[in-house]
Design a protein around this ligand. Structure first.
Ligand code: MF3
Ligand code: CO
Length: 258
């Protein structure tokens, strides 16, 4: 069952996502060569707690950190630790917050220093796939319109989408119905209604979409070792497209047109 949120609930989700956004603003400044991923995680956690929120990922199914930091060939769920960020890498940071019982969730992939043209294009295409998907999150469309536009945008650029991980409904839990595939599932799925809250999160690989999980039981990596990008926003379905709750003015999501 897909919940329809009241405007009061959406306002609480807006507050949770405002904390997510300010954490992303801080993270954006720290994603530079020489930063230790554990320091990044600790700084984000402190900001979330000072704002009165709870890091939603910490303890979720035993996950040990407040953020996921996934570098280059890592797709999602990278655990912050001793690793130092290097110039030329692309660094995805995923942040979830619970505030007054409501959730916010957003991710973005940053270039660390200067990166090559392939990586830059991968970021642009994944971000573009997300913004097109958000526009498709409108009343009257079907759920599958979201995955279809993500897959088409990625494939047209010569990239591939990850099929093993999905976006999700969000609200009073981090993960609610429905699952949001990043590809055309072949059937329309439920009709989108005003007030549905969705975390849309394309994961796009430069090579094939095949992934595996590392021995740490969390870090998802590409099978072919090529880079991967991940962008995510929490949105509410509206008549003219998704309203982004996790909006952030840090250099991050370009929300590129068309
Ligand atoms: N944004 C991710 C998701 O929606 C992050 C979950 S990480 C976990 O699934 F550690 F909490 F699992
Ligand atoms: Co998510």
């Amino acid at each position: 069952m897909i919940s329809i949120r009241t405007e009061r609930e959406i306002d609480l989700m807006r507050q949770a996502n405002a904390i997510v956004a300010s954490a992303h603003k801080l993270a954006a400044k720290m994603i530079v060569p020489g930063t230790c991923t554990r320091d990044l995680d600790k700084a984000v956690e402190a900001l979330i707690r000072e704002a009165g929120g709870k890091p939603a990922f910490k303890g979720y199914r035993g996950y040990p950190a407040s953020t996921c930091v996934s570098i280059d060939n890592e797709v999602v769920h990278g655990i912050p630790g001793k690793r130092i960020l290097c110039a030329g890498e692309i660094v995805s940071i995923d942040i979830g917050v619970c505030y007054k019982g409501y959730y916010g969730d957003a991710a973005v992939t940053h270039p660390c220093g200067a990166v090559d043209a392939l990586r830059m294009r991968l970021l642009e295409v994944t971000d573009l796939a997300l913004s097109r998907a958000i526009r498709a999150a409108k009343v009257g469309n079907c759920l599958n319109d979201i995955g279809t536009v993500i897959e088409k945008t990625s494939r047209d650029a010569g990239f591939d989408v990850v099929r093993n991980y999905v976006g999700h409904g969000i609200g009073v839990e981090m993960h609610e119905d429905p699952q949001i595939f990043n590809f055309d599932a072949g059937e329309p799925g439920p009709r989108l209604e005003e007030g549905m809250a969705l975390a849309i999160e394309p994961m796009v690989n430069a090579g094939t979409g095949d992934v595996r999980v590392k021995r740490d039981k969390w870090t998802v990596v590409t099978r072919d070792g090529k880079p991967s990008a991940h962008f995510e926003h929490t949105v509410v379905v509206r008549k003219d497209g998704g309203e982004i709750l996790s909006w952030c003015d840090a250099p991050a999501w370009g929300v590129r047109e068309a």
